[in-house]
Design a protein around this ligand. Structure first.
Ligand code: SF4
Length: 372
C-alpha cells in the first residue's frame, strides 16, 4: 500500500487519524505546527510528540522531503543549491542576497517538459513534478541561509525569516504543476506556516492559456509574470516550442481574461538575445502586445548557456530597445543578472550542477563550492 504524503493531508484528516486510534485530536495541531511552522522534514524531529505516536505516523504516512546536497557560492554572494528528492531526483534553487533583501528563486519541477532552447533546464528533460512539501522545503531551507543548508542551523521560524521575495523562476513550468504550487504558496503565506506576504511572491510562466484562466479564477494574491521573450510568433516558435501550440494571440487573450478577472497588472519577462529579439522593431512588437493590459516589463540580457547558439546582447541595442518602450509610456526595468559565474542566472539553472553531479555522483556528500 502506498502511504499518503503527510503534507498532502489536512489537519482535520490528521485529527481523524488520531481519533480512530483513540488518541487526542490535539496532536494534529502539533503535527501541523511541525510541518508548516517549524519546517520539520521528518517525523523524528517532532520531539514534543510521544515516540509511539511518531512511530504510528511513520507507519501510516510517508514524508517525502528535499535534502540539500550541493551548494555553490558566486562572487556576488548568490547561492545555488542542488536538492535531492527521496526518490533520487534533483532540483535547484537560488538565493540572491541584495543588502537586507534576500530573494529566493524556487523550482516547481525536477527538469522541465517544455524544452525552451535557451534554457539549461529545458535540455534536461522532465523528471517529475515536485510536491507542495518539496516546494516548501526549498523556501524553508533557503530562509536559514548557508548555515541552515549545511545543517549548522535549523530553518528559521517565520518571525525570523529573512526572505523578502520569492520567485517561481527556477526549474520547471509552475502552471504545469499548478495544484501543488498553489498548496505550497498557501502554506508559505499562511499564519500557520511561514507567514510570508503573497505580495512578495511571483509565479512566472511561459504561458499556458487554460491554466492562466484557471489561476485567474482562483483570484491569486501573489503576482504573475509572463516569460514572453518575443511577441513575434515565428521567433517565439524557435525559442519556446510550446508557442506552436499556444501562439502569442492566445496568450494575449488569456492575459486579457486575467486582468479582467483579477484587476491586476502583471510582469512581462523579456530575455534579450543578441541580434535575435533586441531590435527596435522587436520593441515595437512588444509594445503592441502590451496595448491590451497594464504591465511592467523586465528586460534581462541573456547569459549564454553552452551550445544554445544564442549570445549576450549589445548594451547599446539594449538601451535603444528600452528607450523605444519608454517612449511609448511603458514601465521598464533593466534587470541585472546575478550568479552568472556559477550558472545560477536566468536560463542557466540546472546546467553545470547537474553536469557536476554526473561526474561526481558516486561519492556525493554535502559539499560547498566557493567560487571566489
Ligand atoms: Fe522550462 Fe522555463 Fe526552462 Fe522553458 S525556460 S524549459 S519553461 S524551465
Amino acid at each position: 500500500m502506498v502511504k499518503p504524503d503527510i503534507r498532502q493531508v489536512t489537519v482535520e484528516e490528521i485529527g481523524d487519524f488520531f481519533s480512530a486510534r483513540n488518541k487526542p485530536r490535539f496532536h494534529a495541531r502539533q503535527v501541523s505546527e511541525w510541518l508548516w511552522k517549524k519546517s520539520a522534514r521528518s517525523f523524528s524531529e517532532m520531539t514534543n510528540l510521544p515516540k509511539e505516536i511518531r512511530r504510528e505516523l511513520g507507519d501510516h504516512f510517508s514524508f517525502p522531503a528535499l535534502h540539500p546536497e550541493h551548494i555553490q557560492k558566486s562572487r556576488d554572494g548568490t547561492l545555488k543549491v542542488a536538492f535531492r528528492t527521496d526518490d533520487g531526483n534533483l532540483t535547484e534553487s537560488v538565493l540572491i542576497p541584495s543588502g537586507s533583501r534576500h530573494t529566493a528563486c524556487i523550482s516547481s519541477q525536477s527538469g522541465c517538459p517544455l524544452g525552451c532552447v535557451f534554457c539549461a533546464t529545458g535540455r534536461l528533460g522532465f523528471r517529475r513534478n515536485l510536491t507542495a512539501g518539496e516546494i516548501f522545503d526549498q523556501v524553508s531551507c533557503l530562509s536559514a541561509g548557508e548555515e541552515g543548508l549545511t545543517g549548522k542551523a535549523r530553518p528559521r521560524m517565520p518571525e525570523a525569516n529573512p526572505l523578502s521575495n520569492l520567485v517561481f523562476m527556477g526549474m520547471g513550468e509552475p502552471l504545469l504543476n499548478y495544484e501543488q504550487v498553489k498548496l505550497a504558496i498557501e502554506k508559505i503565506t499562511s499564519p500557520g506556516g511561514l507567514g510570508m506576504s503573497p505580495q512578495r511572491i511571483t509565479v512566472s510562466s511561459v504561458g499556458i492559456p487554460d491554466l492562466i484562466r484557471k489561476m485567474a479564477d482562483d483570484r491569486p494574491r501573489y503576482h504573475f509574470a509572463l516569460s514572453l521573450h518575443t511577441a513575434n510568433n515565428e521567433k517565439r516558435n524557435r525559442i519556446v516550442p510550446v508557442n506552436r501550440k499556444y501562439p502569442v494571440e492566445s496568450l494575449s487573450e488569456a492575459m486579457k481574461y486575467y486582468h479582467k478577472v483579477t484587476g491586476k497588472r502583471f510582469t512581462i519577462e523579456f530575455i534579450l538575445f543578441r541580434e535575435f529579439n533586441d531590435s527596435v522593431e522587436d520593441a515595437k512588437e512588444l509594445a503592441a502586445f502590451c496595448r491590451s493590459f497594464p504591465v511592467k516589463i523586465n528586460l534581462i540580457g541573456y547569459n549564454p548557456v553552452e551550445g544554445s547558439g544564442y549570445r549576450k546582447p549589445d548594451p547599446l541595442r539594449v538601451e535603444a530597445f528600452r528607450r523605444e518602450l519608454e517612449r511609448r509610456n511603458l514601465v521598464v526595468n533593466l534587470r541585472k543578472s546575478r550568479g552568472g559565474d556559477i550558472d545560477a542566472a536566468c536560463g542557466q539553472l540546472a546546467g553545470k550542477v547537474i553536469t557536476d553531479y554526473g561526474l561526481r555522483i558516486t561519492d556525493y556528500g554535502l559539499r560547498m563550492t566557493n567560487d571566489q
